[in-house]
Ligand binder design. Structure first.
Ligand code: NAD
Length: 486
């Protein structure tokens, strides 16, 4: 078993198909520790035959699972949640080794994921249909809510457990079966998540885990006849591609894509409270969070104080290996993110931005990047129009709140928006004016299991979490039955 700080995992992370752990027909791929760039193990890579087995097992298991009472499904899921809590330390350790985030954060993610399972377990028992009064006597009209069928899920590496769990628990709670492709970068913690469901008694075939070449898997799974729903979390370009593929085959689709969240500090804001949240939120998970604030707009009255406070906060952050005590920010997840950060900063400074803090790779081992603060970033810099997905914080002043809101809304992405302001008028202006799937004012209030998580515009459609998250996995079946006289 992997110990904290140990960087070698001898066993290959296997796939789980038809209730059995298995190797992949296409061999293995290396898994790296982002804290030192060294190999830590391997992940099984599927071939078409593996994917077909996964599809067949999910298809075969659907009928039994969808007919299992919601009460019984709920009990199994609750047990999976309990197992996940009991194994949080071990799974958190795996996550820190393969993804890099601080160990306490990783463990917290696992614990929070158990709450998602509990929510889906309970909410699955509250999927109600309705009786519709008929126009004729002796006719019953019932709209049933039924599970869609086999789900093809694609989850990302930034939150290996909590992103996968939303898809798995939602699908299973609603009575669907699922084939999920978890991230090849972080397969070990994902596999342990799946093991919790298997150990809790989820029948063979209901939950299948695969890894491989992402494009090959999506091209194979999405058109496949048994698949009735696609759930993807990841980048906007990939989401657009998968959305097209799903549309071509008339498959229901939930797309939870990237964003470029504004963080507005209004003239009447509590600046200290805003600063305390802003720094923590920006650099959590090294900024690799789809809802991470990435455009800070501060009323000119508070601008200098906010920039100074933000720089101090960034300077004070302890960056390092996620197992080192006191570390608040780990490495970026892979070399691609490191190169992307360097390119964003270079482009911004070439265009005249001022680097207030950071801006460089830390050392030459692992994928560490400095928490970075920039001001005077031109509106057309790549950092202002593309999702940075990393620890970069551009800060700009504004004089009119209306104009700040207009600017916040001007990008084609609209996942989350954050704001601080104290008067009722300011809060109304912000909550009504900001265009985003999730708006959080004067605190961090998004992403709990019972609230909808999802975007507007190019940030995607559909929700995960909340009642809406369960609705994604169900469809309506209307039955009109006339009783004939004997
Ligand atoms: P990427 O676009 O190559 O991959 C993003 C995710 O999509 C990965 O998990 C990958 O396995 C998967 N993927 C890629 N191509 C796919 C395909 N054809 N079919 C199915 N899945 C596919 O980018 P990356 O370098 O791994 O990550 C960086 C970008 O991804 C960021 O800019 C960010 O926008 C996005 N991202 C978003 C989230 C999120 O929570 N919304 C999470 C992780 C990454």
């Amino acid at each position: 078993m992997v110990e904290a700080g140990e960087s070698e995992m001898t066993e290959c992370a296997q796939m789980f198909i038809a209730g059995e752990w298995c190797d992949g027909g296409a061999g293995t791929a290396e898994v790296l520790n982002p804290s030192n760039g060294q190999p830590i193990g391997a992940v099984a890579i599927s071939d078409c035959a593996d994917l077909d087995r996964a599809l067949a097992s999910a298809d075969g298991a659907f009928s039994g699972w969808s007919r299992t009472s919601a009460y019984e499904r709920s009990a199994i899921l609750r047990k999976a949640g309990d197992l996940l809590r009991a194994r949080a330390e071990e799974i958190g350790r795996l996550m820190t080794i393969e993804q890099g985030k601080p160990y306490e954060e990783a463990k917290g993610e696992v614990m929070g994921s158990a709450d998602h399972i509990d929510w889906a377990a309970e909410e699955g028992r509250r999927i109600y249909g309705r009786v519709i009064p008929a126009r004729a006597p002796n006719v019953s009209q019932i709209a049933y809510k039924v599970p869609l069928g086999v789900v093809a899920g694609f989850s990302p590496w930034n939150f290996p457990v909590s992103q996968a769990v939303r898809k798995i628990a939602g699908a299973l709670g609603a009575g669907c079966s699922i084939v999920i492709k978890c991230p090849e970068e972080t397969p070990y913690s994902c596999a342990e998540l799946v093991r919790c469901f298997a150990d809790a008694g989820v029948p063979a075939g209901v939950l299948n885990l695969v890894y491989g070449v992402p494009s090959e898997i999506s091209e194979h799974l999405i058109p496949a006849a048994p698949v009735r729903m696609v759930s993807f979390t990841g980048s906007i370009p990939v989401g657009k591609h998968l959305g097209e593929l799903a549309a071509r085959h008339v498959k229901r689709c939930t797309l939870e894509l990237g964003g470029h969240s504004p963080f507005i500090v209004a003239e009447d804001a509590d600046v200290d409270a805003a600063l305390a949240l802003a720094v923590g939120l920006k650099f959590r998970n090294a900024g690799q969070v789809c809802a991470s604030p990435s455009r800070f707009m501060v009323h000119e009255r508070h601008y200098d104080r906010f920039v100074d406070g933000f720089v101090k906060g960034a300077e004070a952050l302890k960056v390092g290996d996620g197992f080192t005590k006191g570390v608040q920010m780990g490495p970026l997840a892979n070399i691609r993110r490191l190169e992307a950060m360097e390119a964003f900063v270079q482009d911004a400074t070439d265009r005249g931005a001022t680097l207030r803090f950071g801006g460089r790779r830390i050392g030459n081992e692992g994928y560490f990047f400095e928490p970075t603060v920039l001001t005077d970033v031109p509106e057309d810099a790549r950092l202002m129009v593309e999702e940075p997905f990393g620890p970069l914080a551009p800060i700009a002043p504004f004089s009119s709140l209306d104009q700040a809101i207009e600017k916040a809304n001007q990008l084609p992405f609209a996942l989350a928006a954050f704001a601080f302001g104290s008067s009722q008028h300011t809060v109304s202006q912000l909550s009504e004016g900001l265009e985003a799937g999730m708006v959080s004012i004067n605190h961090f209030g998004i992403a709990s299991p019972e609230t909808p998580f999802g975007g507007m515009k190019e940030s995607g459609y559909g929700s995960e979490g909340g009642v809406e998250g369960m609705e994604a996995f169900i469809t309506t079946k209307f039955v009109s039955a006339a009783s004939l006289a004997a």
